[in-house]
Design a protein around this ligand. Structure first.
Ligand code: NAD
Length: 382
């Protein structure tokens, strides 16, 4: 036998910059980042793709971007700013991935150039995926515009689209080179999208940080009232917890566990069962509630702590039950566990709660107990 051993490491490092009015002429955050990135001796191009939901509410955005780049010698803005639909549609319909790839080709975006995506989590997932498969990966910059994408999805390393009726079946682990969280975008979110992403903060608090959970309890009503200050603090703390978890754990998910996916096995299935009638974050809130009740039924957390979790989610404005949970005697939901295992491979591993602020991995789920958890969740509708 002869063997050549190959072994190397590729370090990744990127900043998540919290800012406001990103494309106002006075704000130099973005331009100075680009100007100083990589080899500064030659001209680079940048192509923007914008979520139509953002473009509709921020009418001056494209004009502001054009003005922001005027007079830049080392940076060439692509002639066109591409606007594509936002929301899950952009991950479900392959024509949008193709449109993103065609634009990357048309505007000659090479590995020294940049693709910047402005939009919600779904939009960033799709554009991130297009960027990482074009030329085997061009540099992508994320500018998340929803709560969920600023506090969770946009700060991570995953990209993807849905395929064969399965969430994120096609995708890559490929970090962006920078993330710019501009809080101004949040002001135009619908109440649903404003609320939706807070569930990811509740998730990460429940499995990692009791003090943050208590802070969320204290600030839930203010966030439900659309107060900006606690919302920004929540986003910062949640983004920091997510970022820290990714770098200290298993960033490219080589193992079977996805500890950050507490509540997500049911959430992913619910999105499909509801035909995407509910948002990802809304489904996550239900998934958290379900797995919290399940943790209680296993005797891990108390009735009192379970009530605190459900109360927090309800104060934030979430509905904690969806009729599709019970469809087909709950077998449709149950199928979600198989799909979750399939997606990760290896041994089924899901996170439930050991106590408030601490997750616990389990490898088996008792169907009858899960059915009971669904029934108990239904009572929260009263
Ligand atoms: P979303 O991207 O589906 O957007 C929801 C709606 O808000 C869309 O209609 C969009 O057009 C609109 N919108 C976006 N920004 C807006 C703004 N500033 N003002 C007004 N409207 C705006 O929702 P989301 O919650 O941001 O993202 C959910 C997606 O994120 C799901 O596809 C989920 O799978 C994915 N996700 C990915 C990761 C990851 O690690 N990559 C993690 C969690 C979730």
């Amino acid at each position: 036998m002869s063997v050549i051993q190959q072994s190397f490491q590729v370090p990744y490092s990127f900043n998540i910059i919290f800012t406001q009015s990103l494309f106002s002429p006075e704000n130099k955050d973005f331009i100075s980042f680009l100007s100083n990135y990589g080899d500064t001796s030659f001209q680079k191009k940048i192509l923007f793709l914008v979520d139509s939901g953002v473009a509709e509410k921020h009418k001056a955005l494209t004009e502001n971007i054009n003005a922001y780049f005027k007079g830049q010698n080392q940076l060439i803005l692509a002639d066109e700013i591409i606007i594509l639909p936002g929301g899950e549609l952009v991950k479900n319909d392959p024509q949008y991935l193709e449109k993103a790839l065609l634009a990357i080709n048309k505007y000659g975006i090479d590995r020294h150039s940049f693709v910047a995506a402005i939009g919600g989590g779904a939009f960033l997932d799709m554009v991130g995926y297009a960027s990482t498969i074009a030329h085997r990966g061009v540099k992508h910059i994320r500018i998340p515009t929803t709560v969920l994408s600023q506090n969770d999805s946009g700060v991570g390393v995953k990209n993807g689209v849905n395929f064969l009726g399965k969430k994120n079946f096609l995708g890559t682990f490929s970090p962006p080179i920078a993330v710019f969280n501009d809080s101004d975008f949040l002001t135009t979110l619908s109440d649903r999208d404003w609320r939706s992403g807070i569930s990811e903060a509740v998730k990460v608090a429940l499995i990692k940080d009791l003090a943050f959970f208590e802070w969320l309890e204290a600030n839930a009503q203010a966030m439900a009232n659309r107060e900006m200050k606690p919302m920004n603090e929540q986003i910062f703390r949640s983004a920091a917890l997510h970022t820290n978890h990714i770098s200290s754990g298993d960033p490219f998910e080589m193992g079977s566990a996805r500890p950050l996916d507490f509540g997500h096995w049911a959430a992913h299935k619910l999105e499909y069962l509801s035909n995407f009638g509910i948002r990802h974050g809304e489904a996550v809130a239900i998934g958290i509630a379900l797995d919290s009740v399940y943790s209680k039924l296993l005797g891990l957390i108390s009735e009192e702590d379970t009530t605190r979790i459900l109360k927090l989610l309800k104060t934030l404005g979430f509905t904690l039950y969806h009729e599709s949970l019970a469809e087909n005697d709950k077998l449709n939901l149950w199928e979600g566990l198989n799909e979750f295992r399939e997606h990760l491979g290896g041994r089924l591993t899901i996170t439930i709660l050991e106590k408030l602020g601490q997750g616990k991995e389990i490898h088996e789920v008792d169907f009858n107990l899960m059915k009971l958890a669904v029934d108990q969740l239904k009572l929260t509708l009263d």
